[in-house]
Write a protein that binds this ligand. Sequence first.
Ligand code: ADP
Ligand code: ZN
Ligand code: MG
Length: 496
Amino acid sequence: MMNDLMDFDEVLARFEPVIGLEVHVELSTASKMWCGCSTTAGAEPNTHVCPVCLGLPGSLPVVNQSAIEAAIRIGLMLNCSIASWCRFARKNYFYPDMTKDYQISQYDEPIAFDGTVTIDVGGEPFTVPIERAHMEEDAGKLTHIGGSGRIQDADYSLADYNRAGVPLIEIVTKPVTGAGARAPEVARAYMEFLRDAVKALGVSDARLERGNMRCDVNVSLMPIGSEVLGTRSETKNVNSLRTVEESVRYEMRRQGAILAAGGRVKQETRHWNEAGYTTPGRSKEEAEDYRYFPEPDLVPVAPDAAWVEQLRESLPENPVSRRSRLRAAWGLADREFDDVVGVDGALDLIDATVAAGASPAGARKWWMGELARRANEQGCGLDELTITPKQVAEIQDLVETGALTDRLAREVFDGVLGGEGTPAQVIEARGLAVVSDDGALAEAVQAVLAANPDIVAKIRDGKTAAAGALIGQVMGRLQGKADAARVRELIMEACA
Ligand code: ADP
Ligand code: ZN
Ligand code: MG
């Protein structure tokens, strides 16, 4: 379904965009929010369930302490105030993925509130005001069989409650104004910041493509000069950095066209379609519809002030400061560094490889080249390859000392990734050491020169480019295990 769209620049000439981002982060605690069931994904359906997370009558929830700790640490990372006392709330609604018919969430007493984060938007700082971060639980997963795959025209639906009760932290911004043309990039950079922050905290796997983080993207426009917020749309469950950015841009253009034609934007939820547009979902409930009330089955949460201070002191480095520190320390070209930042996990892996002794340029070369290519082939994340930063540093060291050529190093990667053992074991088993013994090299060079008098004559004539063919032949004789620069030297010496 296509909507009328206004040109992006025209939107900016007439309106000020306002965005609001609600990000759900799935925590990586071992057990669920209110029971001891495992949170591990990918198990047989309905095997990680118990009376509590199935919502059976009479069962009672008990709060997960690690989830509270994670919520507080996230709140602190966002410079929020931490509630000294707060309660959970029941959010009542009916949907088959939530058998209790209510979700335990927080409403007017979030654990963390009133923060700000300064993010990096294409090299410029931008401050995003944070409304709150609160704790809640995830719902089960429905799979609709038949029809379009949506519930409306399905033949039947399958319910898996393994995910029901997995702890979530919802982080909500205040309305973000003043971003202007950068609003789409601000949304993306903010999501990227949250991803890096929760990863640094170690509280979530933070894999957007697996749904560990999802963003509801609120967008509205107000006429330039106005102070009154316009009506927003809310695009639900956007789950990649790219689509967070695109959905803001799209909604700005869609709403611009409606307002310019004298229409009114409807307050509604919308869906993002991979083809690059949004379609309407349901019209938005008001808070009253949920009949929020304090959860009677759980005691209030009252974190000890000294504990909160201790958590504050042990926070990891802020991702924005870390990036600028590494950008300066590594001395890579800006484009190279930006590429690293753009690949999930690459910054951490290169950092660890440098910590293990490799040069930043060497570490970058392997992770962003050879290893990125292999991860791509295997359809896995860079950090899921079965090679450690320490091993990459070892291999790079052997290349730098001349014990391996780049080509041999790639073979070592083959072996290590193929489960043949450590780099040293692979080198030993496959016989991958460089032939550095000048005697063996000279012998191979002599044989090749004798077999190619015509090329030798050309080189003697000054056509040194012809040496390439000879280097190739020498490498062939030595199964590629020679240092090409040394081979060239020997050939040039012999032809002099
Ligand atoms: P709901 O849960 O109903 O979506 P919330 O108030 O929890 O409502 O969250 C709405 C999000 O949208 C928040 O990030 C808020 O700052 C933002 N927001 C509120 N009003 C507007 C608006 N007019 N335009 C853009 N964003 C808005
Ligand atoms: Zn359970
Ligand atoms: Mg919302």
